[in-house]
Design a protein around this ligand. Structure first.
Ligand code: OOG
Ligand code: NI
Length: 456
C-alpha cells in the first residue's frame, strides 16, 4: 500500500462526479438545463414565501444540499456489470440501499439505489443513482433470450483505465487528487449516450417487441444515464410551469398528494427524447430510440413500516378506483380521488409521530431541560424533533415513470417474482435495509439528545 499524497475523500469525489454528470447531461439533453433553471427559480420563491420552512432547513443543515441535489438512473445487463458498478460507486462513498422489484409493475428489472449513507455524507452531497438489472429470465422466448445474453456478454461498459483506478482505490484505500480527477473523467464515459447501436435494426426491433426496456439495455454500448432529477420544494408549481418553458410533463404527479406534511416522495417527468441511432450491418441503417427523459421530485418524511403500510394500502385503494391514463384524460379525477383517499393519512407532524408513522430526528435547542422524559423536554422546548427526509425510492412511482415513457399500450404483465437473494448474489453484497437505517438514525439522535441534557 503506497501512501497517497493529498487523497480526496469519497464525499469529494462524489461531489465532483455529480457535477460532471450534471454538466454532461445538460450538454446532451438541453431540456434538462431548462428544468434546472425552473426548479431553482421555484425553490427561491418557496424559501422567500415560507420563512418557517427556510428556517427549519437551515437549522437542520439541509439548505445547502437542496440546490446540489440530484438522482440519476441506469439499467444494467449482467451480474458482472452490476458487481463492478458497486465497486465504482463505492469509490465515491455510494452504497446499495433497498431492493425494488419492478416485475410486479410490468417492468422486467429489479433494482437498488446507490447512495451516500449517514448524515454527514448526505449533507456533503446527496447524489444517488437508481440502478436496475435487466431480468432476462422474464423473457419468454428462449432464442431471443440467448441472443440478448450473447450481446451483453460481448460488450465492455467500463474503460480499462476506469477498472484500473477502481482497483487502485481499493488497494490504496482512496485516490489522490489527480487520480480522482482521472477517475471521474473515466467513470463518466460509462454513462454517456452512444448513438451507434451494437445490434442490427432487425434484432433491435425483436428486442423492442419483447419489451422496450430490453432493447434499451441490450442494444447499446453502455448504460446511458436515462435521467437526472433535481429536487424541488414545490413540485406542483414546477409541474404547472413546465409547459411555459416548452416542456410537456407527464399527466399526473406520482406518489402521495400535496399535503401540509409531505411524506415520502412525489415525482413527475417529461417524455423521452427521440434520438437518432445508427444500426450496424452490411450497410448501416439509421433509426431512432427513446432513451433519455427528465424528472423532478419533492421529498418528504421517511415512513416507518406502519406508515408505509398505510401509504401502500391507500395508494392501492386509489388505483382500484381510478388508474391515471397516459394521455391525461382523467388527470383531474385522479388527483381528486388521491386527495380524498389520503385524508385517512394524518397530516400534522405530531399525529404522524405519536402514531408511529414516520421517523424523526431529535436534537437539543439550548433551552434548559425540565423534569421528565423526551416528550416533556419537547413540550418544554429543550428538545426539538424534525422529520427525517426520505432518501430512497418508491417502486410504484418508479414503474409509473417507466410507463409514462411507454404509453398505455406499452404496459405489459410479468408474474411478480421478487428475487432479492439472486440480486444480492449478483451484486456481491447485501443491500442496506432502509427501514432499519432510518430507525437507527432516530434512536441514536434520541439517545444522544437526552444524554446532552443529562437525562439519559
Ligand atoms: C428508473 C426509474 C426509477 C425513480 O425516480 O423512481 C427512478 C428508470 O427508468 O431506469 O429513477
Ligand atoms: Ni428517477
Amino acid at each position: 500500500m503506497s501512501p497517497i499524497s493529498s487523497p480526496l475523500s469519497p464525499d469529494q469525489i462524489r461531489a465532483r462526479f455529480s457535477s460532471a454528470m450534471s454538466a454532461m447531461y445538460r450538454d446532451e439533453v438541453p431540456a434538462y438545463g431548462t428544468l434546472l433553471t425552473l426548479v431553482a427559480e421555484v425553490n427561491r420563491e418557496v424559501l422567500a414565501r415560507e420563512p418557517a420552512l427556510a428556517a427549519t432547513l437551515a437549522a437542520t443543515d439541509q439548505l445547502q444540499r437542496i440546490s446540489e441535489e440530484r438522482h440519476g438512473a441506469i439499467r444494467l445487463g449482467t451480474a458482472d456489470e452490476l458487481a463492478t458498478m458497486r465497486r465504482l460507486f463505492a469509490v465515491m462513498g455510494m452504497f446499495p440501499v433497498g431492493y425494488y422489484d419492478l416485475s410486479e409493475a410490468g417492468v422486467p428489472v429489479h433494482s437498488t439505489a446507490f447512495r451516500p449513507v449517514g448524515e454527514a455524507a448526505l449533507r456533503h452531497n446527496p447524489f444517488r443513482v437508481f440502478t436496475s438489472l435487466l431480468r432476462l429470465d422474464l423473457i419468454a422466448d428462449a432464442q431471443l433470450r440467448a441472443e440478448a445474453a450473447d450481446c451483453l456478454a460481448r460488450r465492455k461498459i467500463f474503460t480499462p483505465d476506469c477498472l484500473a483506478l477502481i482497483a487502485q482505490a481499493e488497494a490504496d484505500g482512496g485516490l489522490s487528487e489527480p487520480d480522482a480527477g482521472r477517475f471521474v473523467a473515466e467513470a463518466i464515459t460509462t454513462f454517456r449516450w452512444h448513438p451507434d447501436a451494437l445490434v442490427s435494426m432487425e434484432l433491435y426491433h425483436r428486442l423492442h417487441d419483447a419489451h422496450r426496456l430490453i432493447a434499451d439495455v441490450v442494444s447499446f454500448k453502455g448504460p446511458h444515464i436515462n435521467h437526472l432529477t433535481p429536487r424541488t420544494l414545490d413540485i406542483d408549481a414546477v409541474q404547472e410551469r413546465m409547459p411555459l418553458v416548452g416542456i410537456t410533463p407527464k399527466a399526473v404527479i406520482e406518489g402521495p398528494p400535496r399535503r401540509n406534511c409531505p411524506i415520502l416522495l412525489r415525482q413527475t417527468s417529461f417524455k423521452a427524447l427521440e434520438e437518432a441511432v445508427t444500426f450496424p450491418g452490411d450497410t448501416a441503417v439509421s433509426g431512432s430510440h427513446t432513451a433519455r427523459f427528465g424528472e423532478i421530485e419533492a421529498r418528504g418524511i421517511a415512513l416507518t413500516p406502519k406508515g408505509r403500510a398505510l401509504y401502500d394500502s391507500l395508494l392501492t385503494e386509489v388505483r382500484a378506483r381510478i388508474v391515471p391514463a397516459a394521455d391525461g384524460s382523467n388527470a383531474a379525477a385522479y388527483v381528486a380521488v388521491l386527495a380524498e383517499v389520503f385524508t385517512a393519512f394524518p397530516d400534522t407532524w405530531e399525529d404522524i409521530r405519536k402514531q408511529g408513522l414516520g421517523y424523526f430526528e431529535w436534537s437539543v435547542t439550548g433551552t434548559p431541560p425540565v423534569e421528565g422524559d423526551a416528550e416533556a423536554q419537547l413540550k418544554a422546548g429543550a428538545l426539538r424533533c424534525d422529520p427525517i427526509v426520505y432518501e430512497d425510492f418508491l417502486p410504484v412511482s418508479a414503474a409509473g415513470i417507466f410507463q409514462s415513457n411507454l404509453g398505455d399500450s406499452g404496459v405489459q404483465d410479468f408474474a411478480a417474482s421478487p428475487n432479492q437473494q439472486k440480486f444480492e448474489a449478483d451484486l456481491g453484497t447485501a443491500v442496506l435495509d432502509e427501514f432499519a437505517h432510518y430507525a437507527e438514525i432516530e434512536a441514536t439522535s434520541l439517545t444522544n439528545s437526552l444524554r446532552a441534557l443529562g437525562r439519559a
